[in-house]
Ligand binder design. Structure first.
Ligand code: ADE
Length: 370
């Protein structure tokens, strides 16, 4: 994305947006879909709708919402519902843990608050299965409390309003967006404001690639939206999947035939593509397992000794390595893909990744063993 030509301070961005909040609320009153959960202030009804709306489209949710509430019209009914009833009412929505968590929370509410949803944000937030968004939605929609309800729709609107290219999947971005929305929110009209932001994201400030993407001509923020002013509305929000760091055990084999050691080429794609490595296997293999692995590959083992453990940290992966030094007989048939090379050749001709650094210096079978 190009550098933002229309650079504004954070406060400047908020002030500009704040001037059009009356237009946003007016737009909402004239254009909002008449959804059943918007016709009620019952916190239980709102709670059910918000849990159903997680990862499920509005049109799909509507019949489920009516069916669920006609069968279980109160928090007490939900608290006492049988598994079978819940499963039947939720069948087709997926993620059954959502409704089981709701029942657990309903039981907590019955035990601690006489079956009434608490009206304070902090108490709502503590209930099983209720996160920041849902707590904000219930506190504002049902009780008019000024708490933000920042879902994916609102994250998108806020990223575009500020022309902000931070990764929306990062928790820091969520925190900053929530602070921005909190500052923008009219304290005496939190419910209408939160619903308006959600509605704007769902029907006008749509994701790129969905139903034509953002429809800026219809947007009440059109005059102040920095993404639009800078021509970035189709590029935002920025969403970069966050890879979870994985930990993996590996067993490395330093296999000696006389003064030559076995190496093999890694696949042409993926981690450490096309580099050379010492044969290795997934997991932490003890001596018996290591012998079995070597036999299976066709090596005739004469002696073996354990080498020091080591670890290597890649960007998204850590290898915890156990290693064995192995002496194999000279008449071993070299398995396909492996080659035996001298130490000099290994160091001068073959690119061996740093991950194997702890084992590369070993000069012979009994060197550096335990
Ligand atoms: N998605 C999540 N919450 C919503 C709401 N209250 N109205 C419409 N869509 C939603």
């Amino acid at each position: 994305m190009n550098k933002t030509p229309n650079a504004m301070t954070q406060t400047g961005k908020e002030n500009a947006c704040r001037t059009v909040i009356p237009e946003l609320l007016d737009w909402y009153d004239r254009n909002a879909r008449k959804l059943p959960w918007r016709q009620t202030k019952d916190p239980y009804f709102i709670w059910v709708s918000e849990i159903m709306l997680q990862q499920t489209r509005v049109e799909t949710v509507i019949p489920y919402y009516h069916r669920f509430l006609s069968k279980l019209p109160t928090i007490q009914d939900l608290a006492q519902a049988e598994d079978e009833t819940l499963m039947k009412l939720w069948e087709g929505l997926g993620y059954y843990s959502r409704v089981k968590n709701m029942r657990r929370a309903a039981q907590e509410i019955c035990q601690t608050n006489g079956g009434h949803m608490p009206c304070e944000y902090d108490q709502i937030r503590k209930l099983c299965g209720i996160g920041d968004y849902t707590a904000g939605a219930i506190a504002s929609f049902a009780f008019g409390k000024p708490f933000p309800a920042v879902d994916g729709n609102v994250m998108r609107v806020a990223a575009r309003l500020r022309d902000d290219s931070s990764n929306i999947l990062q928790s820091q971005t969520k925190k900053e967006t929530t602070a921005f929305i909190r500052d923008l929110m009219p304290l005496d009209d939190a419910a209408r404001f939160n619903q308006a932001m959600i509605e704007l994201g769902a029907t006008v400030c749509k994701p790129t690639g969905m139903a034509g993407g953002p429809d800026c001509e219809k947007c009440p923020f059109g005059r102040v939206c920095l993404a639009r002013l800078n021509g970035h509305e189709f590029e935002l929000p920025n969403r970069v999947p966050i890879l979870k760091h994985k930990e993996e055990d590996r067993t490395v084999f330093k296999i000696w035939m006389g003064d030559k050691v076995a190496i093999q080429k890694r696949p042409d794609t993926g981690l450490l593509a096309s580099l050379f490595e010492f044969p290795n296997a997934s997991g932490k293999l003890d001596m018996a397992q290591a012998v079995r692995w070597l036999k299976q590959k066709g090596f005739s083992v004469i002696r073996m000794a354990e080498m020091p453990e080591s670890k290597h940290v890649f960007t998204h992966l850590t290898w915890h390595m156990t290693a064995w030094s192995i002496l194999v007989s000279e008449d071993t048939v070299v398995p396909e893909g492996a080659l035996f090379v001298s130490n000099e050749e290994l160091l001068s001709r073959y690119a061996v990744p740093k991950a194997f650094g702890a084992y590369i210096e070993q000069k012979g079978f009994s060197d550096n063993t335990q």
